[in-house]
Design a protein around this ligand. Structure first.
Ligand code: FES
Length: 124
């Protein structure tokens, strides 16, 4: 299986690993295909992502895509972060093997859920 250099970098030295205590939003998703799960916690300031962390119980691609998703999302407006797709993430990593593309759903879906969770909490 051929992983790009960027995938290997994010897999071996992932960025923004962990969990934010008292987050403004939290998203957890599971991949029914493989059973892997991913959690993203965010802090929001001025409608932008001020801090973001992830925890992934998953494969190398899931870890790499989670890491790069947090790097891409940091500082983005919530609207722009909601527009991020798994293809954006895969492109940023210089591609993923085709049968690993589904792994990149986890990170983007968890990010979107965390933002939705923040928006729901704000309404209360
Ligand atoms: Fe489960 Fe990649 S095989 S997320």
């Amino acid at each position: 299986m051929l992983y790009s250099k960027k995938v290997m970098e994010h897999f071996t030295k992932p960025k923004n690993v962990g969990v934010i205590e008292d987050p403004d939003g939290k998203g957890i998703v599971g991949n029914p295909k493989c059973g892997d799960t991913m959690e993203i916690t965010i802090k929001v300031k001025d409608d932008k992502i001020d801090d973001i962390k992830f925890r992934t119980f998953g494969c190398a691609s899931a870890i790499a895509t989670s890491s790069v998703t947090t790097v891409m999302a940091m500082g983005k407006s919530l609207d722009d972060a909601m527009k991020m797709t798994r293809n954006d993430v895969a492109q940023e990593l210089d591609g993923l093997p085709p049968h690993k593309m589904h792994c990149s759903n986890l990170a983007v879906d968890a990010l979107h859920k965390a933002i939705e969770n923040y928006r729901e909490n704000k309404k209360e």
